[in-house]
Design a protein around this ligand. Structure first.
Ligand code: GLP
Length: 261
């Protein structure tokens, strides 16, 4: 796991965007794992700017989103289907039907989840998965207690996550759905490169656990310690609880340029 401590969230976003631009230039039909939330916004802003400047095209790329609320009407602005289109997909040149996400209105949820796993596999698997992290250490919506081998399935959101996300629902926790469909930890672990981005002090403990805690279902993101290629992009605040912060800084400063992310 490579930890990169950046001066601010915008710098972290630029690094994440560069990794995606490099991937898509070398493999135009790359499969991207897309995440919602505020954390990846700096990445998406940078990618949209580079697309506008003619530096990158997503015309042949494919995308799979991590998760979705269960039961929100399709036209609700906070479905992750709508959020990812607003935040990223509609700002670049993905083909129609190139980006898929869990169906929060599926009538047969287990059958839908199996078909979603099959669709990711049929696309050749995810080349680069963008992730944020919840204050309780969740990735996707894999809340504490999630099986470390889990695949796409229905989950119940914790009260903490619903409190955190109430800001998108008029500050009213009662409007936040209680259930979601999320790619599992095992699904995320199958991505070839994972780029996790976090900023702000609220994420500092989760980031410390992610990189330096014991691997445990209590902090689901810790499963990423078993992944061979994870890049963690942080601002100073999110990095503030890291025990080995100075080592990560020295390592990144001394990194040979040819290694890339
Ligand atoms: C949400 C999403 C996650 C996201 C996390 C953090 O609940 N399901 O994919 O990473 O919480 O969100 P944010 O980046 O807005 O802090």
């Amino acid at each position: 796991m490579e930890i990169v401590i950046c001066p601010d969230a915008a710098a972290a976003g630029t690094l994440g965007a560069e990794a995606i631009v490099t991937l898509v230039k070398g493999k135009p039909d790359a499969v991207l794992g897309l995440a919602t939330g505020s954390s990846p916004l700096a990445i998406y802003d940078e990618l949209a700017a580079r697309h506008d400047a003619g530096q990158v095209s997503f015309a042949q790329a494919r995308g799979f989103t991590l998760d979705e609320y269960v039961g929100l009407p399709a036209e609700h602005p906070e479905t992750y289907h709508n959020v990812i289109r607003r935040d990223f997909v509609n700002r670049v040149d993905f083909g129609a039907d190139a980006v898929h996400g869990p169906d929060g209105l599926a009538t047969d949820i287990p059958a839908f989840c199996a078909s979603y796993e099959a669709a990711i596999a049929a696309a050749g698997g995810v080349d680069l998965q963008i992730l944020g992290i919840g204050t309780d250490g969740h990735i996707g919506f894999n809340e504490p207690g999630s099986s470390l081998a889990s695949r796409t399935r229905i989950k119940t959101l914790t009260r903490q996550t619903r409190v955190d996300n109430a800001r998108f629902f008029d500050g009213d926790i009662d409007q936040v759905p209680t259930h979601c469909i999320t790619q599992g930890l095992g699904t995320i672990m199958a991505a070839r490169h994972v780029v996790l981005v976090a900023s702000g002090t609220a994420k500092a403990e989760a980031v410390h656990q992610l990189a330096e805690g014991s691997v445990s279902a209590l902090w689901p993101a810790t499963i990423l310690q078993h992944h061979p290629h994870v890049t963690v992009l942080l601002d100073e605040a999110a990095a503030s609880r890291l025990q080995l912060g100075s080592y990560y800084r020295e390592t990144y400063a001394a990194k040979p340029a040819w290694q890339g992310l």
